[in-house]
Design a protein around this ligand. Structure first.
Ligand SMILES: [Zn+2]
Length: 330
């Protein structure tokens, strides 16, 4: 048997090399037919390292829970970063009683605007607060611990801050609102109205001049194992804008954007949809560390921030102008 095997496998290396050469040829022909699309210079300028540093800085402040030191430090940091990139910044303050912590607290929405000669605007949002309890932690004794919120809080902020820097060097075709909502993550389970308080407040007191083509919210976008599914309400009520974002995402990162849909999620896009403003949610809800003490930088990656950052910038710079042209010149 041994001899037979030796005789049989003798031509193996040659065949393997032939097969390998054939595969190489096939791959190069296939990739020549479908080149990886290039990003615009603006999207290319999105710097993964800078975004990652924003994420780490926020986590180092400690939990961003209203009334606590980390919350104050983070608010000042976001404002300073936005101003240094030429945004106008307004603080919208409000108070609310929070059943989850049985206390009233003072909150701050941070509203930044990048002005352009355009009369149209788009909004990009995130939440900057973090959940005061790790209620889904595997270890029961840790469930009262505030989470670090590397993904659930810091990731969206990190992308928006780096996008602000990019837009300073590559002026967008529309005015851009960058909205940082407070008090997103203070709800009790099954109490829908207790979540997304910052965006609820903003939508309720929306200034008359806040007119947007559409908006989108980035939440939990930094998971190192990143994959986005459509959120049901976004697809139903802002389908055109949502699909265009996914198409762009699928073109550049097919492995990260699925055609599947998840159920409605209560998030910061919802108060806008309730007012008839097209607004979609970009959220990767399949995150093992969700509302646990493991929502730390090690569960996230700079590459994930970079992917969604580049898509965000490209959507504003390239996709939206095309969509708007189609609306104006059907
Ligand atoms: Zn959360």
């Amino acid at each position: 048997m041994r001899k037979n095997i030796a005789q049989y496998s003798a031509p193996g290396p040659f065949l393997a090399m032939l097969l390998f050469a054939w595969m190489l040829l096939f791959i190069s022909v296939a990739s020549a037919q479908e080149p990886v699309p290039a990003f615009s210079p603006a999207a290319d300028a999105f710097d993964a390292k800078r975004a990652w540093e924003h994420l780490i800085t926020q986590c180092n402040f400690g939990p961003r829970v209203a009334g606590e030191r980390g919350h104050r430090l983070c608010r000042d940091y976001i404002v300073e970063q936005l101003k240094s990139n030429g945004c106008t910044v307004e603080l919208q303050e409000f108070s609310a009683f929070i059943p989850l912590i049985n206390d009233e607290r003072r909150f701050t929405n941070i509203i930044a605007k990048i002005d352009t000669p355009s009369t149209q605007a788009v909004a990009i949002s995130c939440h900057w607060d973090t959940r005061p309890i790790a209620d889904y932690d595997r270890i029961p004794s840790l469930r009262d611990t505030p989470i670090s919120g590397a993904n659930d809080g810091a990731s969206g902020v990190a992308v928006l801050l780096e996008a602000a820097r990019v837009f300073k060097h590559h002026p967008p075709p529309f005015d851009v609102y960058l909205l940082f909502f407070d008090a997103e993550d203070l709800g009790r389970n099954r109490q829908k109205k207790e979540w997304a308080l910052g965006s609820q407040y903003f939508a309720k007191h929306m200034p008359d001049d806040f007119q947007i083509i559409c908006g989108f919210n980035l939440d939990m976008i930094g998971d190192k194992d990143q994959r986005f599914l459509y959120e049901k309400k976004s697809l139903e009520l802002a389908g055109k804008w949502t699909r265009a974002f996914w198409r762009l995402g699928q073109r550049h990162y097919p492995q990260c954007f699925s055609d599947a849909t998840i159920n409605e999620i209560v998030d910061d896009h919802a108060p806008f949809l309730a007012k008839g403003v097209p607004y979609f949610d970009v959220i990767d809800f399949d995150y093992d560390a969700w509302h646990t003490t493991q929502d730390i930088p090690a569960s996230c990656s700079a590459a994930s921030l970079s992917r969604i950052g580049k898509i965000t910038v490209e959507y504003v710079m390239q996709t939206l102008p095309q969509l708007c042209e189609k609306v104006e010149n059907p």
